[in-house]
Structures are given as C-alpha cells and as structure tokens.
Design a protein around this ligand. Structure first.
Ligand code: B12
Length: 597
C-alpha cells in the first residue's frame, strides 16, 4: 500500500467536528473544575507532582513506582499500607503507583455494568477517587482506560478534582477499544476533549501522560519509528492541544543498550523537560513460572536504567517488574520484592557509577534520533498529502487510528527497502519486539517440523481473533496456522463474541481460535458458546492466552477445566491446537463441522 492509494474519506468522515474548536471549548468548560491536592504532594511540600519530580531530577534523588491492579480502592489501599510498612522494615520507599484499571473504566459510566469484568480496579464513587489521592502518602496516577476513551471525560474530571498529577493514557487513543462501543470518531472526539481539560490545568502542574507501549510503539519493528511516533504524539498533545505532556517507555525493551539509547533519545525530544512518570521494567522478556530466573532478568534490567537515570536524570521513577508478570497480577509480596530489587540495585550502581561504556549507547541514540526525525516528517507530510489537516488534533488522531500501526510503519518508516524483513524494509535500529516475534515464530515452526514436514491443515478453515489489545500471540497463531496450509480468517484484536460468531456463520468456518489475556476467560468462553449456539453453528473452539478469572472463592483462578466442560479446548501453546486439528479429535464433545440452518 502507498499513501496515494488511501483516500481521505476512509480516514476522516465528512461530518467530523473541527478539532481546534473542540480544544478551545473543552478548555473553556474545564475552567470550572477545581484542581485537588493529593496527600503525597502535601507531605513532600511540593506545588504539584510534576514539581516534586523536577526537584528529584535536579537533586539526584531516585524515586520508585509500581502498578497496582486490584479490584477496589479499599483492597488497593490495604495493599499500599502493607507495602509501605514493609518498606519501613526493609529499607525502601515507594513514591508512586498507578491504578491499573479494569477495561470497563473506559466505557461511559452508564455502559459499564453491561460489559464483562476484567482484571483491574473499578472506581465506583467520587469517594474512591478522593481516597486514592488522600488516604495514602504514595502519589497516585491514572493511566489505563482514562483520557483517550469513550468514558474519558468523566474519568479525567474525577482525577483532576481528586488531585491526580499525572493523568493518561494519551498513547492509548490509537489502539484501545471498548466492548459494545463501535464509534471510533466519537471516542477520538472525547479523547481530544479530555486531553484539553488536562491542558487547561497545565499551570496547576497537571500532566497529560502517555505510556508509549500501550499505544503503537509496542508494534513497531524499528525504534526510529517509535521515536518518530513519540514526536508525533508530542506534536498533537503539546503543540496542538497545549498540554504538559510526559511520555514513558520501557516494557518492551529487553536489550540494555537499546533500552538506554531509546531512553536518551526520548529525553532529547522532551523539549519542555516534563519528567516522565516512570521507566517501565521489561515485561516481555519474562517468561513462565521460573521466578528465580525472572528475578535476575528484572534486577539486570533495572540496574541499567538506574545507571542511566543517575548519569542523565529525567525525573522518571524506577520500576522493576514483579517476577510473576507472565502469569498474573502480582501479590503484595511480589511487589515488595520488586521494590527491594530496586533499592539494592540503586546501592550497587551508586557504588560503581562508571561501570558502563556509554559510547555505543550514545551512538545508537543518535541513529534513533536521526531516523525518528525522518519518520515524523514522513508521517506529517504523508498525512498532509492524503488531505488530513495537520494542524487539527482530532483529524490526526482519527486518521492515524484508522491507518493502524502496521500501515503507519509500512508507509512512513525510515530504513531502506529490504524484502527479507517482515515489513519490507531494514530497520535502522530493530526493536526487541521484532526480534522476539521472529524468534517465537521460528521456534513454533521448528517444533512443528520436529517429526518431518509441517502438519497438513489444508482442509481447515479457522476464524482467529483476539479479544483485547494483546496482539503478539495472535500474530504467531495466524502465521503458524497459515504455514500449515489452513485457511485463516483473522479478525484481529479487540473483537467481541458476537463479532466472532457472526463471521463463523458468514464464512462457514469449522474452527475458532481465540486469544484472550484480560482475566475473564470463562465468562468470555461461555458468552462465545452462547453466541454460536444462538446462530446454530458448532465449530471447534480453541482458547489460549491467560485463561484465568476471579471466581467467588479464588482470585485469578485457572479456568481451563471449566472451559473444557463447556466443550472448549484450552491450549497453552499454538502447537497444542495444531496437534488437535491434525488428529481431528472428537473429545471436545462438539461436531467437527458447523451446522448452519
Ligand atoms: C505485552 C503485554 C501487553 C502490551 C500488549 C502490546 C501488544 N501490542 O500486544 C500492553 C502494554 C499494551 C498490555 C496491556 C494490557 N495488559 Co498486558 N501483558 C503483556 C505481556 C507482557 C506479554 C503478553 C504477550 O504478548 N506475550 C507474548 C505471547 C507470544 O505469548 P502469550 O501471550 O503467552 O501467547 C502464547 C501462548 O499463551 C499461546 N496462546 C496465546 N493465545 C492463544 C490462543 C490460541 C487459540 C492458542 C492455541 C494459543 C494461544 O501461544 C502464544 C505463543 O506461544 C503479559 C505478561 C507476560 N510477560 O506474559 C501482560 C499481561 C498478559 N497483561 C495483562 C493485563 C492485565 C493487561 C491490561 C488489561 C492492563 C490494563 N488494565 O490496562 C492491558 C490490556 C488492555 C486492553 N485494552 O485490552 C496481564 C493479564 C493478567 C491476568 N489475566 O491475570 C498480564 C499477564 C500482565 C500481568 N501480570 O498483570 N499488555
């Protein structure tokens, strides 16, 4: 695809309101919203969370951060109390936490009850919001399912009133979707309005937050594209909307040189020097249940970040990923362990600050910056040529959302053409995401080939779908099934059970493969079976990802046995599903072929 093949009406509907006027009006309305003050800011005798972070940056004090994904504010507060008490005993300080929310928080309040509950917190009342800001000294921030969502205006107002200093996640505008909500233009309109409300509070120290890997940056194959995209986000958030905008990164980086080089490149484009909220620990490099191995990966990762932060301070808080990350929301003990790792790592790095040779890191930083500038120019010029108004934040947000991460990188990348790479160009600085995808795909294919040629699935017609934002497994799944000759109808990420069932009928597929990660696998499986039954089709149903759910007497329970009882085949690996298909088992208790009446 080239940008000349894209027509403006595919990206921008005729009746889209003027984004510039939308910003102005939302700022005007936001004047009436009072800005709260958190207890953390008071205790630290700062004017705002941002001012506190700037002070830490300028005085060389490192701060710490955790994600907290429990169900209610009461549960979260108790966990925070336990963690801070452990800190007093074990010699660490926790400075800030993010409330990792249930995806339903992204829906307008009146739609939240209808959607399936997932992992994460629900803020039910204003008292919950005020509690998060006032019941604890630890500074709260709001990221997921906030600003850039259909329910973003209500969430943003509650967060401002309560005294949250960093409110996000602006980066989610381009990818996050919400069950039952199909109007992407309206979602972007609300996103622009919510971001503008935060922009209006700029002089009160309120910051619009982006965690770039929640958005497109977790999909790009080149770090130059990620930097160019981050420059684009700055352009929209700062230049066009007028917000103080912070961008954090880190979860998809495993290689320390790439990670620190990218961090320095992000610092170089941070012209207003707004402290990023955190540098996230590596989450993608941790695998399985070998927590000892994960602890070493986590410690090494955070040591390099600490070294970079001490040498080139940005004000970002340090985050070590809990060792149980691949499996579930961490327990309090696992969070405490992550903070002990940060505090020990800090001591060790401070004791030998010159242990790192920074030259290759600076060299890579410069390559990323140069490529990033080119991507940013390509992107704005390209959108302009299609006819998108490049000074209108709403048009830019909607157009790039409709294009998608893959097309953006295909069209506007910086590297030279090279068909041996998946996107047809050679990345200037390949991302770890690309490395991992290639590695995982070839590992799966190698395992499938172990007894000879790839299994022959030419008579299989399968609908594949992801139910949330996680895309890597779906990618590997579809590639492996296609390599075996199956006909794959891939619905992509963010699909719902009715979408899937509808396509099964339309395509007369004999199998369905669903990848789901957000902690509602049983409800989802049952809902999907119901939708299929209602349409009187009976394909084989496979599910994989994180097959857990909070049940009445057990949190994050393994629901695989219950899925089996529903006639669904739970799979830990792609190979397992292919094995089933190869042997055409009937042990699922379902017919092999759809019955369409
Ligand atoms: C990367 C990641 C993200 C990225 C996704 C980026 C992207 N572009 O895809 C980002 C940062 C955006 C993200 C967001 C969220 N994430 Co996340 N994420 C992960 C992470 C680190 C890796 C998952 C992954 O892709 N692994 C690589 C793939 C290849 O491996 P896999 O998923 O295990 O899949 C393999 C097998 O399971 C199997 N498989 C998977 N699906 C299927 C399907 C079939 C049919 C078959 C046969 C096999 C199969 O085959 C695959 C290949 O071997 C995990 C933690 C971890 N280290 O695993 C958390 C994790 C999955 N995320 C989690 C959560 C909660 C979320 C959020 C809901 C947080 C929030 N409240 O906002 C959001 C999702 C919001 C939304 N809108 O949906 C939780 C899930 C918790 C749980 N269920 O108990 C995890 C476990 C982290 C944690 N410990 O809390 N996440």
């Amino acid at each position: 695809m080239t940008s000349t093949e894209i027509e403006l009406h595919q990206l921008i509907p005729d009746d889209l309101p003027d984004g510039i006027a939308l910003v102005r009006e939302a700022k005007e309305r936001a004047k009436a919203i009072p800005v709260g003050r958190s207890k953390g800011v008071e205790v630290r005798r700062a004017d705002s969370d941002r001012a506190f972070k700037e002070r830490c940056r300028d005085t060389g004090r490192l701060t710490t951060y955790i994600n907290l994904g429990y169900k209610t504010w009461a549960e979260t507060r108790d966990a925070l109390d336990e963690i801070t008490a452990a800190g007093e005993r074990r010699g660490f300080t926790l400075d800030r936490f993010s409330l990792v929310s249930d995806r339903r928080m992204g829906l307008p309040p009146e739609m939240r009850d209808e959607a399936l509950g997932e992992t994460g917190i629900m803020m039910y009342t204003e008292a919950d919001w005020v509690g998060a800001a006032r019941d604890t000294d630890v500074e709260p921030e709001w990221n997921d399912h906030g600003v850039a969502t259909p329910g973003g205006i209500a969430t943003t107002e509650s967060a401002i009133r309560a005294g949250f200093g960093y409110i996000g996640d602006f980066a989610e505008f381009n990818r996050y979707s919400y069950p039952g909500w199909y109007d992407d233009a309206e979602q972007m309109i609300r996103g622009v309005q919510a971001a503008s409300m935060i922009a209006q509070k700029r002089n009160d120290g309120v910051v619009l937050n982006s965690f770039i890997e929640d958005g497109y940056c977790s999909s790009f194959h080149d770090l130059a594209t990620s930097l160019g995209w981050s420059m684009f986000q700055c352009y929209v958030a700062e230049d066009l909307i007028g917000a103080a905008h912070a961008q954090s990164y880190g979860s998809t980086f495993s290689d320390p040189i790439r990670k620190q080089a990218f961090g320095l490149a992000m610092d170089a484009i941070n012209v207003d020097r707004v402290p990023p909220t955190f540098v996230h620990g590596d989450t993608n490099g941790l695998v399985g249940e070998d927590f000892d191995r994960n602890a070493v990966i986590v410690a090494a990762d955070v040591m390099y970040t600490i070294a970079r932060e001490l040498k080139h301070p940005t004000g970002a808080a340090m985050h070590a990923t809990p060792v149980s990350e691949p499996i579930r929301i961490p327990t309090v003990d696992e969070l405490v362990e992550s903070l002990v790792i940060v505090s020990e790592a800090e001591k060790r790095v401070r004791a030998c600050p010159d242990i790192i040779d920074w030259r290759p890191i600076y060299e890579m930083r410069d390559q990323i910056i140069q490529g990033g500038r080119q991507v940013f120019r390509n992107l704005l010029d390209g959108l302009g040529k299609i006819g998108v108004k490049t000074d209108d934040p709403l048009q830019l947000m909607l157009a790039t959302r409709r294009l998608g991460a893959g097309a953006i990188e295909d069209l506007f990348h910086a590297g030279e053409p090279d068909s041996s790479f998946p996107r047809g160009f050679k990345p200037l600085v390949a991302s770890d995401t690309l490395g991992r995808l290639l590695e995982r795909k070839s590992a799966v294919l190698a395992r499938l080939r172990v007894d000879g040629p790839l299994p022959d699935l030419r008579d299989v017609k399968v609908v594949t779908a992801g139910t949330d934002v996680h895309e890597y497994a779906l990618h590997i799944l579809t590639q492996a099934l296609s390599a075996c000759g199956a006909e794959v109808i891939n619905l992509g990420i963010n699909t719902t059970s009715p979408d899937i069932a509808k396509v099964v009928v339309e395509t007369a597929a004999d199998s369905v493969a669903v990848s789901t990660h957000n902690g509602m696998a049983l409800s989802l499986g049952r809902q999907l079976k119901k939708e299929l039954d209602a349409r009187r089709v009976n394909p084989r149903v496979f599910m994989g990802g994180r097959l857990n759910e909070d049940l009445e007497h057990q949190e994050a329970a393994d629901v695989r046995p219950m899925l089996r009882a529903e006639g669904i085949v739970p799979c830990d690996t792609v190979e397992e599903m292919i094995e089933h298909l190869r042997h055409r088992p009937t042990d699922t208790g379902v017919h092999n072929h759809p019955i369409v009446h």
